[in-house]
Ligand binder design. Structure first.
Ligand SMILES: Cc1cc2nc3c(=O)[nH]c(=O)nc-3n(C[C@H](O)[C@H](O)[C@H](O)COP(=O)(O)O)c2cc1C
Length: 360
């Protein structure tokens, strides 16, 4: 098993510094990821803006988008210098922007190139260099194609392969559709681990509960959770105990979590020009599946956007949520309620993506 049997997936516009800071009140051990940053943005842009983080967010992996070995090596070196725990290459994202740049999921067709990238990075850093990829792309989607990709890249000593267990269609499906429409193929990820047992293999895609994560861990080394971690951050309140056998003084109720964020929010509002909503948008899902969730979301949507919104606004938002919801500890009842909701939400998302033409 990995030293990180559990991670939260990199998600653009979601796993930013504010979200990661909040998650650390719930889990100290789960590996977190940044949003994807392209090598060009780091090399030619504002390095501090792209790379800075608080040490409270550790352990943290920097996810890079790129296909140039030297540029990736340069960014990996910066990642190590900045104090990241790991550096990861994105070989899974199918958006047009990424395709035009010749990186992301289209690199599944160029395993030798990905190996060169990993090799160049490993020469310059000691931190783990990992790869996040798909089962396949377009017609290159047989199990053997994925095994070949992983075999070639493993020769460059990549430290972990995180497999989003569905293929991506580069033409015809939007990134959002590519997260829902192609079927999940968990068995092929299990087979990959069985046949290449020396490699560290992490499974990703569609995992909504810790029971499901436990089931996957019978077959692979680690589980990466994306949307469920964003829709329902409190899921992670039991992660340290359940997956890392560690007892930390993490928070037990959602009220405690929101209140623990007050000093951080005051700091953000007083030192940046960001509005309250930049932090609270990550809290919308906090009461999902519970009484009061609609009122909470509505209050935040109506009151947290604007220069005058502050911690007092958030205190008022708490007042619209029933006490039993605010002070509920994580338990199986909640889990079951959330499952029911999440299936409904997933169906709605899937229906929406079938009619969606816009690329997100
Ligand atoms: C809003 C959003 C943004 C994402 N951005 C990234 C990204 O920057 N890099 C990446 O490798 N994957 C990205 N993904 C894909 C996730 O990391 C993950 O592979 C996918 O959501 C499947 O896992 P899940 O079913 O647990 O959500 C994104 C997913 C979502 C929903």
């Amino acid at each position: 098993m990995s030293i990180f049997p559990l991670s939260i997936a990199p998600m653009m516009d979601c796993t930013d510094r504010h979200y990661r800071f909040m998650l650390r009140f719930l889990t100290r051990e789960t590996l977190l990821y940044t949003e994807m940053v392209t090598t060009g943005a780091i090399i030619h842009g504002d390095k501090n803006r792209h790379l800075d983080f608080s040490t409270d967010e550790l352990p943290l992996a920097l996810q890079l988008g790129g296909d140039d070995p030297q540029a990736l090596a340069q960014c990996a070196e910066l990642a190590q210098q900045w104090g990241y725990t790991e550096v990861n290459i994105n070989v899974g994202c199918p958006s047009d922007r990424v395709k035009n740049g010749q990186f992301g999921a289209c690199l599944m067709a160029r395993p030798e190139r990905v190996a060169e990238c990993v090799e160049a990075m490993k020469i310059v850093v000691d931190i783990p260099v990992t790869v996040k990829h798909r089962i396949g792309i377009d017609d290159l989607d047989r199990y053997e194609d994925m095994k070949n990709f992983v075999t070639v890249v493993s020769q460059a000593k990549a430290d972990r392969f995180s497999v989003h267990a569905r293929k991506a269609w580069l033409e015809g499906l939007s990134p959002k559709q590519n997260r829902n429409v192609p079927p999940l193929r968990y068995e092929e990820v299990y087979r990959l681990k069985a046949e290449l047992s020396d490699l560290e293999i992490e499974i990703n895609g569609g995992v909504r509960t810790f029971d499901e994560a436990e089931e996957h861990l019978r077959h692979v080394d680690a589980v990466m959770i994306g949307r469920a971690a964003y829709d329902n951050p409190f899921l992670f309140a039991t992660a340290d105990e359940q997956f890392f056998a560690k007892q930390h003084d993490t928070l037990k109720t959602r009220r405690e979590l929101v209140e623990a964020m007050f000093p951080y929010i005051e700091h953000v509002l007083s030192t940046t020009d960001q509005w309250l909503s930049r932090v609270t948008r990550h809290m919308h899902g906090l009461f999902n599946g519970m009484k009061g969730t609609k009122a909470w979301k509505r209050f935040l949507a109506e009151n947290s956007y604007g220069p005058d919104a502050n911690v007092e606004t958030l205190k008022r938002a708490l007042e619209v949520v029933p006490t039993e919801t605010l002070d509920a500890t994580f338990d199986a009842t909640f889990d079951a309620t959330f499952d029911a909701r999440s299936e409904k939400a997933a169906r709605a998302e899937s229906k929406q993506t079938q009619t969606e033409t816009k690329v997100d």
